[in-house]
Design a protein around this ligand. Sequence first.
Ligand SMILES: [Zn+2]
Length: 298
Amino acid sequence: MSRFVQLAFDFLAGAGREAPPPAPTVPLSPVTPAPAAEPLNQVVQPGTWQHPQANRLIRLHDCDVAYAFKRGKRRTIGLSVSPEGLTVSAPRWTPVGEVEALLRDKADWVMGKLHQARTRAQELARAKVIWADGVCFDFLGAPARLVLDPAHARATAGGTLEAAGADGVAVLRLGLPHGAAHARIQDAAQAWLMRQAQGNFTQRLDHFAPLLAVRYTRLRLSSAGTRWGSASVDGSIRLNWRLIHLRQDLIDYVVVHELSHLRHMDHSPQFWAVVASVLPDHAERRLALRRAAVPLGT
Ligand SMILES: [Zn+2]
């Protein structure tokens, strides 16, 4: 089995990835090998829905859907929609006509998921933080305000978080001049957030790993725009540092989710049983996570 298969990705939008109802999978009758390879690199017209790795085009509900089509050792046709678009995986010898018939049959599901993914991407775009003096952002699910303070000691590792006052808003004090350039403020704010993320995630991984009877080898922070995290068979865990904007119970859900992949590299019932063993309310947390708008830096 390819090592790629042993890598579990979890997407921000998660559409069709781990939530019921699962992506439709249709068992195929035994197929006879096709006499000639089918053209997979046909020219793709600009479509309404365009996967970055699109190599096929189909018209569904009066929309052009350019999708990534892959063949491999599998017995069923699999459909998945990620924020990037539609991916179709088929057994090596399935005729393309059969794949397209399935897509037309599942057109409602496919178009629904594509619309969901696009709406989600728009929500995330609106949640962008423009880093500037006085800007408000979420830290561990609570409001905080950025204050530039030229007098702030450099010895405090770039910034200090002061607990919320009467207005319920914490203050992140960064040692930068008031007229600092936007990019410099963003660098300093994100560097501070990433340090908090590293410390917080490490502590939570160390807490949950023994409870799940797994061992992780290392944590890497990611900043992928579309993924919460991933786990690989070598025991390394990647977590999106932007999770630090969210409540601790949502961060914990992602930590437990990825650690549980070290037991099961899929989203099978066995996998969810492992998650539930330490987080019985994982379904509620997953839902809340999906609704959370994550502030994305510019
Ligand atoms: Zn997962």
